[in-house]
Design a protein around this ligand. Structure first.
Ligand code: ZN
Length: 449
């Protein structure tokens, strides 16, 4: 099967490289508009859900069509896709794959997958072979950059594999999937044997590998690390780069599409020839050291390629910070300065003047990490407005009592600075255990505002 797809994948590889180099901002806008018109016309004809959803709207004005989101997609799954696949059938195939850990299920020629949702809302995705080949070719074109061409060994840590990933293997790459559920000691042994050039995984896993590298158990010397699936915070990135002495790149991808990939310079570029991100500004939050060049937004995604499960004006629940500065690499694709987390994880504090003030995950991170250099990791949990539970791990020689005082003071000071009432803050030692294989979320808000 794979051999048949080779020319397709190679074609997408070349096309992706070409577009990246040739599309300046004018050409890009034209390109997006053309593809969007085509895909929207196709979807209006083939996806019953969208047809009804857009009733009474001019589909040519696609930028203002009514939005959808994960809930809507899952609720109307059967008519949301263009192949008439029932949600129950797709779910059964995907769950069976999860249980057997055999990720080659195909449903009438389509690949079915389950996304690793963080909130219990797991997304189902469907892709056909052409889409799969397009994904593989583009992914290779955009992630390998300047790595010397040879048969690169790639270790890929994922919660679940998919034949989406398997397909990349065997081409330019020797690709090995590592189950995130694999005990760390076993993963280390296998990695030492495999000696990967590239390690791909969630930053929480990469951090464990860094610890193993420091202790001498892990002996690999990868040329690049790629962070996926979780928020990569700046201090994690710095630590990983220090331990391994190589760049850490990112792939920002979800059920809704391949949204952004780091360029050679390490800047995270929106893949604007694959998706259109219409960015809606969020209330500008209080954050020390923010520059006016950075704007917090939440994206509405339109995938310019996918026809099996079309993603048109899909509201994504993520908080992004855009960088207005052009990248040194010369690409016209916009740069994401940071993916801060989910809109759900914005915490709220009461203002002196009444009303609530949102604090974004990044602000909370600064509040805590900048309070004391001994803090090695943290978590924040808010279960009601004005309250906050902080969990910390400290360097071995740290003075717990002193750190506690400093963190309390930092939180108090920053809340006061932004005109908020003092919060009820508890600080505890040790990070909350998370379920194996689940995504790490350092900031969690469980308040419904
Ligand atoms: Zn760049």
């Amino acid at each position: 099967m794979m051999m048949q797809e080779l020319p397709l994948i190679a074609g997408h590889f070349v096309a992706a490289r070409w577009r990246e180099r040739m599309l300046d901002s004018m050409a890009l806008a034209h390109y997006q508009e053309q593809r969007a018109q085509r895909i929207v016309a196709y979807v209006a004809q083939h996806a019953p859900f969208y047809r009804e959803h857009w009733a009474g709207h001019d589909v040519r004005a696609w930028r203002t069509l009514p939005t959808v989101d994960k809930q809507v997609m899952m609720q109307h799954f059967d008519r949301f896709n263009t192949c008439g696949i029932q949600r129950d059938t797709a779910m059964r195939v995907a769950l069976a794959a999860e249980q057997s850990r055999d990720f080659r299920p195909i449903l009438t020629g389509l690949t079915v997958g389950l996304s690793s949702g963080t909130s219990g809302h797991r997304g189902l995705f469907l892709v056909n072979r052409a889409e799969q080949a397009g994904w593989a070719g583009t992914m290779l074109a955009r992630t390998l950059h300047d790595l010397r061409p040879r048969r690169l060994r790639v270790a890929f840590f994922l919660r679940s594999n998919s034949n989406l990933y398997e397909q990349i293997g065997g081409l330019l790459l020797q690709f090995r999937y590592f189950d995130l559920m694999l005990p760390l000691a076993d993963a280390i042994t296998q990695l030492n044997h495999f000696r990967p050039h590239i390690v791909v995984g969630p930053p929480s896993l990469l951090a464990m590998l860094a610890q193993a590298r420091i202790s001498g158990m892990l002996q690999i010397g990868p040329e690049r690390l790629i962070s996926v699936a979780e928020v990569l915070e700046p201090h994690d990135r710095t630590q990983l780069e220090q331990v391994f002495g190589v760049p850490v790149h990112q792939i920002y991808q979800c059920t809704e599409g391949l949204l952004a990939i780091s360029c050679q310079q390490g800047a995270l570029h929106i893949q604007e020839d694959l998706v259109v991100l219409q960015c809606e500004p969020l209330a500008q939050p209080p954050s020390e050291g923010d520059t006016t060049e950075e704007l917090r937004v939440t994206p509405v995604v339109t995938d310019l390629w996918r026809t099996t499960q079309p993603i048109i004006r899909y509201r994504l629940n993520d908080v992004l910070r855009l960088d207005a500065r052009p990248c040194r690499c010369g690409s016209a694709f916009r740069v994401i300065q940071a993916i801060e987390g989910r809109c759900d994880d914005i915490c709220y504090f009461e203002q002196r003047t009444g009303g609530l003030r949102p604090f974004f995950p990044d602000t909370l991170r600064r509040m805590i990490l900048l309070a004391d250099a001994c803090i090695t990791d943290y978590q924040v949990l808010q279960t009601r407005v004005g309250q906050m539970e902080v969990y910390l791990t400290l360097a071995a020689d740290a003075d717990w009592a002193a750190v506690e005082v400093r963190v309390q003071a930092s939180i108090e000071q920053i809340l006061a600075h932004y005109d908020c009432l003092a919060a009820h803050v508890t600080i505890e030692q040790g990070i909350l255990a998370s379920t194996v294989g689940s995504k790490r979320r350092r900031v969690q808000c469980r308040v419904v505002v």
